[in-house]
Write a protein that binds this ligand. Structure first.
Ligand code: 5GP
Ligand code: ZN
Length: 139
């Protein structure tokens, strides 16, 4: 299994750094985030070292998503927050701080001040259609 010695999540997978483990299977591991946005903030990670969404094989993305669903459901059952966001960051501009593929389950509360919500402002359909065509060309 690919592992990067200076990667904090690889060290957690290897057991060299402790975590508050929630669940693990052959391909994935889930544990509590050590800097929780709100109580119950949990992470699901892929066990081999892949930096981000673009590097991770699709079957391992699927496995990580399934683990996140399992854990998010348990967080929901335990804490019953009125909302929950799933979050996955790629690159420093998207605030990815650990370059080892992972997904967040973040319990949310009304007016909790987290800045990931935005107002719904309709886009220009011509611009959206043109961009969709450019993206489709890269699929
Ligand atoms: P990112 O910003 O890359 O999407 O999220 C990385 C997350 O990993 C952060 O929420 C951060 O709190 C968490 N994290 C960083 N180091 C550790 C650690 O050593 N243990 C645990 N449990 N979480 C960590
Ligand atoms: Zn790693």
């Amino acid at each position: 299994m690919s592992s990067k010695p200076d990667c904090i999540f690889c060290q957690i997978v290897a057991g060299a750094i402790p975590c508050f483990k929630l669940y693990e299977d052959e391909a994935t591991l889930a544990f509590m985030d050590i800097n929780p946005v709100h109580p119950g903030h949990a992470l699901a990670i892929v066990k081999p070292h892949y930096a981000d969404l673009f590097a991770t094989p699709a079957d391992l993305l699927a496995a990580t998503t399934a683990t996140l669903q399992k854990v998010a459901t348990a967080v929901q059952t335990t804490l019953k927050p009125p909302g929950m966001n799933l979050l996955q960051c790629n690159g420093p501009a998207a605030a990815q701080s650990v370059p080892h593929f992972h997904m967040h389950a973040i319990p949310r509360h009304a007016d909790d001040g987290l800045a990931m919500n935005w107002d719904l402002v309709p886009g220009n359909h011509d611009d959206i259609a043109a961009l969709a065509e450019r993206i489709r060309a890269n699929l």
